[in-house]
Structures are given as structure tokens and as C-alpha cells.
Design a protein around this ligand. Structure first.
Ligand code: NDP
Length: 283
């Protein structure tokens, strides 16, 4: 039974979605990327995460093709550059995303990271986009605990519907303060790089002896262990990017894998949390 996450009352979502960074960059991979995303939707990975940044809008065009004829089956997330996140620029950036995505609304629109535009202006632009029907909700990405506190203290800031941050077994800094805070506020956390970019962000992760042993004992892959570990946390979903149907199938199958406390302990012993405040990890 796939773990559902009640992010939003109107639209419960499976705890694993699909990322799209690096899609749309190489025309020879275009068809595979579209197929992978479509296969993911068929398997229930209905949240798709993209951004105006990815391939300069090219990833959004790949997504448009993948969701063609099934817009209502997916929960579409895109992100605005910090320097576009205010006033008319925000409206224009969102309209650009909608045009590339060939849709007339986003389910969630995120500030990609905090820049120089005051959060007040971003919140106000997001509210305007909701009023115009162009987005259903808004949220943020790469905001650490202090940034969230700043957001909380401004008018309308508490309408923020998600924080998307880097989180994987080998990068557990958010467990110190940001994650518990988000859980307390019932603020959904969307874990990006849940596979540590297939181990590129942390050498030794994908062939760690303890993970190898656990994976073979359970008859799963290390990638599946990593995804299940991320989503066993309350209110956390994972958005792995997969450019092949084989990877998508493996990721979707992770929804049916369960880790017990002992297994979680084995993984966390191999990759302990820092146990103190560390700056938010980002890529
Ligand atoms: P991930 O941790 O999702 O890793 C992606 C890599 O893992 C790809 O090389 C992919 O290969 C590989 N992979 C996927 N599934 C498997 C599998 N089952 N077994 C082995 N390898 C696998 O990294 P991302 O950086 O892509 O992060 C995920 C998403 O999060 C992004 O695509 C993007 O949407 C979002 N993101 C957001 C950021 C932000 O600032 N808000 C920053 C970074 C990412 P292949 O493609 O060949 O399948």
C-alpha cells in the first residue's frame, strides 16, 4: 500500500514525486525523459517538480509533453528565480512557466531560493497570482530555520504551503531545527536530491557496506532504501529525478517498502546526523 501524504486536504499525494532538473538539456534524451515522466504518472508519482531555471525553461517543455491530456492527474510544482520573485516580474515569470507547461495553473509555485527581493514583495506577488487563478498555492525552497521565522513574521507569510530543501541520508542537518519546526507547523517538506544525485553528492553512499547488506537482505536497491528512509519522516516527501523508465519503476516500487526501527538505526549509524546546527545544505 503506497504511503500517501496528506499535504493538502484537497489533494492527498503519494510521498514520492518526480524531479526534472537536467531534463530538457539534451535533445537526444528528450523522448526518454517524456516516457519516464509518463510512466511515473501511471505508477502514481503524480507530483512533478520543475523550475523556470531548469534547462532555461526546457524542462518545463518536457513536462508539458508528459502531462499532455492528463493535466488533472498531476500536481504541478514550478519555481521562480529569486530575482523574478516580486511585482510584475513575478507575474510575467509565472505566465512564462504556464506557457511552457501548456497549462493555465500551477498547483504550487515556489520561491527557488531567498534573494534580495524582500519576502513581503514575494508574498504579495504570490497572493496576486492566487487571486488571478494562476497558482493554487505558494511555497519556498532553500529557506533555513531563520528564514522561515522571518517569513512567519510577515503578513500572509504563514500561507506558505511547503519548503523544498536538500535532504538525504548523508545530509541530515535539517533534523536539528528546520525539520522539527516544519513538522510542528504542519508545513510539508519536499526533499530534493533524495538520492544524493545517485551518490555524486556523497561518495561511498551508493556502495556503503552497511547499506549494501541491508539492501540485499531486504531484496531492494540502495536507491530504494534512501527514498524510504527520507519518506518515513512525518510530513516529508521525496522528489527523485529519473530519466529512464527503469529508474522510475524502481522509485515507485519504493512506496511499498517498509523499514523497521532496527533497519533505520543501521542506516543512521552509517550516516549520523551532525547533532548541532549546520548551515542548510544546498546545490
Ligand atoms: P536526485 O537525488 O534525485 O538524483 C538524480 C540522479 O539519480 C539521476 O542521475 C538519476 O539518474 C539517478 N536515479 C534516479 N533513480 C534512480 C534509481 N532508482 N537508481 C539509481 N539511480 C537513480 O537528484 P536531483 O538533483 O535531480 O534532485 C531531485 C529533484 O529535486 C530535481 O530533479 C529537482 O526537481 C529538485 N531539486 C530542487 C532544488 C532546489 O533548489 N529547490 C535543487 C536540486 C534539485 P537517471 O536520470 O539516469 O535516471
Amino acid at each position: 500500500m503506497a504511503k500517501k501524504i496528506s499535504f493538502y486536504a484537497s489533494k492527498p499525494l503519494p510521498a514520492i514525486g518526480q524531479g526534472t532538473w537536467y531534463m530538457g538539456e539534451n535533445p537526444t534524451q528528450h523522448a526518454d525523459e517524456v516516457h519516464a515522466l509518463r510512466a511515473g504518472i501511471d505508477l502514481g508519482l503524480t507530483l512533478i517538480d520543475t523550475a523556470e531555471m531548469y534547462a532555461d525553461g526546457g524542462a518545463e517543455e518536457v513536462v508539458a509533453e508528459a502531462i499532455s491530456g492528463r493535466r488533472d492527474d498531476v500536481f504541478l510544482v514550478s519555481k521562480v528565480y529569486p530575482w523574478n520573485a516580486g511585482g510584475q516580474r513575478a507575474i510575467a515569470a509565472c505566465e512564462g512557466s504556464l506557457k511552457r507547461l501548456k497549462t493555465d495553473y500551477l498547483d504550487l509555485y515556489l520561491l527557488h531560493w531567498r534573494g534580495d527581493i524582500p519576502l513581503e514583495e514575494t508574498v504579495s506577488a504570490m497572493q496576486q497570482l492566487i487571486e488571478q487563478g494562476k497558482i493554487r498555492r505558494w511555497g519556498v525552497s532553500n529557506l533555513d530555520a531563520a528564514d522561515m521565522q522571518a517569513l512567519w513574521n510577515i503578513a500572509g507569510g504563514r500561507e506558505c504551503a511547503a519548503n523544498q530543501v536538500l535532504y538525504h541520508l548523508a545530509s541530515r542537518g535539517i533534523e536539528h531545527d528546520l525539520l522539527p519546526w516544519c513538522q510542528q507547523q504542519q508545513m510539508p517538506v519536499m526533499a530534493y536530491c533524495p538520492l544524493a544525485q545517485a551518490g555524486r553528492l556523497r561518495s561511498g553512499l551508493m556502495n556503503h557496506p552497511a547499506l549494501n547488506e541491508l539492501a540485499s537482505h531486504k531484496g531492494v536497491t540502495i536507491a530504494q532504501l534512501l527514498l524510504v528512509w527520507v519518506i518515513h519522516h512525518d510530513g516529508v516527501m521525496a522528489i527523485p529525478k529519473a530519466g529512464s523508465v527503469a529508474h522510475v519503476k524502481e522509485n515507485a516500487a519504493a512506496l511499498d517498502v517498509v523499514l523497521n526501527q532496527e533497519e533505520i538505526a543501521v542506516m543512521e549509524k552509517a550516516f549520523p546526523a551532525p547533532g548541532r546546527k549546520t548551515p542548510l545544505d544546498m546545490v
